[in-house]
Structures are given as C-alpha cells and as structure tokens.
Design a protein around this ligand. Sequence first.
Ligand code: ZN
Length: 181
Amino acid sequence: MNGRHHAAIAIASWVAAAPYLPGDLAAPFAGPLGYAGGLLLCWLGGLLPDLDTPTSKMGRCLPGLSHAVHWLFGHRGFTHSLLLPLSVVIAFELLQQPLPLSWLLPLAIGWSSHIIADMFTPAGVPVLLPVVVKFKLPLASNDLYERGITGVLVVLLLSVGLLPDALLTDLHAAFSRALPI
Ligand SMILES: [Zn+2]
C-alpha cells in the first residue's frame, strides 16, 4: 500500500466514522470546521505509521525523525503495532494529563485504517509486538490488487458514512434475516 492508498482509505474512514461518534466524542467535530479538522487529522493518522519509511510521504516530511524511527524499529515495527497507541496513553498518564480526544480520536481512526489496510498485503502487520505474529489477509500481491482493495474499502466506508439512515436500517434488517445470529 502506498501513501495515496492509505490517504484515500483514511479519508473514507473519517466519512464513515464521524456520523456515528457518540455524544461528547462527536462534539468537537460538529460543524464544517470541526468536521474538516477531524478529516485532516484522520488523514495524517492514516499516513503516520509509514513514518518508519524515509521514502514515504510522512518520511519525506520529517526526514530526521523518519530515519531515526526506521533505524530503531525498522519498517512495520513499532509504528504498526499497538505499542504506539499504548505509548501515547502511558505518556499522557505519566504527565498526568487527560487524553486530548478531540485530536487523538481522528488520528487513531486514521492510524487504525492504515493498519487494517496493510493487513491486506503479504508482509502483514505485527500488531501485537513484541509478539512477532504478523496479521495478514492477502488475497494477491501486486499494484492492481492493492488499488482494487483500496477501491473496495473506500466504497464500503463511504457507503457507511453517506447512505441515508433509512437505507442502512433496511440493509441491516435484510442481513439480520439472511444471517440470523
Ligand atoms: Zn504501513
């Protein structure tokens, strides 16, 4: 997956998630400015994990930091594992500061979208580091396939965010009837 794929999936993830954020969590993103701010942060979160690759979009923006992260952890290491969000939570805990969810939440949505998208590639993602198990669901491995997966994910996510509620309710009812659980 390249930066364009991750950017598209992250933006679509924000469109999908924003309407469903509950009460207090949704408040900072109400109105066009709040929504656009969330979208921007989600896009950044979607590119953030590849900071461990100096040739990535994020790596080229922050070359010093990117080389350091790559040297320390390699590609698809720390930034692609739950150690990253865990470290952020621990850091705020140590600083005795509340988590600033108004900007961490969209970053986290974008970051998660990146990790899930990378799972569709043969290299997989070591989400549970230091346990070195790579989670992956690659159905093929080439640029066309990655574009296809990106397209499918973007369409699905945009549908979740943009389809009218009534249609979603009907679809949910139809799935419930087809797959009674
Ligand atoms: Zn990645």
